[in-house]
Write a protein that binds this ligand. Sequence first.
Ligand SMILES: NC(=O)c1ccc[n+]([C@@H]2O[C@H](COP(=O)([O-])OP(=O)(O)OC[C@H]3O[C@@H](n4cnc5c(N)ncnc54)[C@H](OP(=O)(O)O)[C@@H]3O)[C@@H](O)[C@H]2O)c1
Length: 267
Amino acid sequence: MKIVFYGAGNMASAIFIGMIENKVVKPEDIYLTSKSQKEKIKFFQDKLGVNISYDDSELLKNADYVILASKPQSFPDVAKRLRPYLEEATKIISVMAGTQIKTIRRELKSDNPIARLMPNTNAMVQHSVSGISYSENFPDKDELVELMESFGTTVVVEEDAMHNITAATGSGSAFLYYIYEKYAESLMELGFDENEAMFLTTNLVIGAGKMVEDSDLSFSQLRKNITSKRGTTEAGLDALDGEGIKSILMTTLNAAANRSEELSQDD
Ligand SMILES: NC(=O)c1ccc[n+]([C@@H]2O[C@H](COP(=O)([O-])OP(=O)(O)OC[C@H]3O[C@@H](n4cnc5c(N)ncnc54)[C@H](OP(=O)(O)O)[C@@H]3O)[C@@H](O)[C@H]2O)c1
């Protein structure tokens, strides 16, 4: 199998590292190219044994999959590189937020099978939850799902639902990191020094994550189990509700989903 990544940044590297670590794809089957940061992709070649190249004809010859992993605004340049050498049977997988299948078709001027994938950088620890939608002519969906599940889990959705998946899980990790960041800052305001605040927050997050993973209980039940009537946790939770935590999160998710829609209209 030959898998070519156009773009070797945060998202692409999370994906190919996940694939290699899980031994679903051999390093020598992976080809990387980027725009200009040759040292960075050289690092992946030295560390992982993947191939690197800036020769599009070599990259695209007999490619089974091309992964589009640049920012959406770089896609016209990437498409220019692909157009002359793209072979009919090569399957295109796009991780670009907001870029629609019809736009990819238009820019590539081809009818190649296309799938959109909305992963997240938790792929690095094999815990991405990725949305997938397919063009009508996509063959062998099971093979793609197997590849993509090498770095987490997948959910197949209609293309219209990609905006919500982008908000929920594509951007979702950043929302959670931001909450952890603000939590640590708030601990510093309570009087902890920076190291203590980081230590406490990090271990709290890891412990809570493990509880979620290991227990069959719902989030709500886990919360209730540590909330006693008129206790400290209840006081804190009442304050969170009073500040409108649910509405803050809805505003956050709507903003991200709307931005994904805007990006697709910029097409
Ligand atoms: N980060 C996330 O959590 C996340 C989650 C879901 C989806 N995504 C999507 O993933 C995509 C990449 O995001 P990222 O965070 O990985 O971005 P990034 O770290 O900035 O990486 C972008 C990559 O694209 C390369 N590139 C730019 N122009 C190119 C060209 N003409 N030919 C080949 N490669 C080119 C860049 O090369 P140089 O380094 O040489 O400039 C770089 O390797 C975006 O479309 C984003 O919507 C990201």
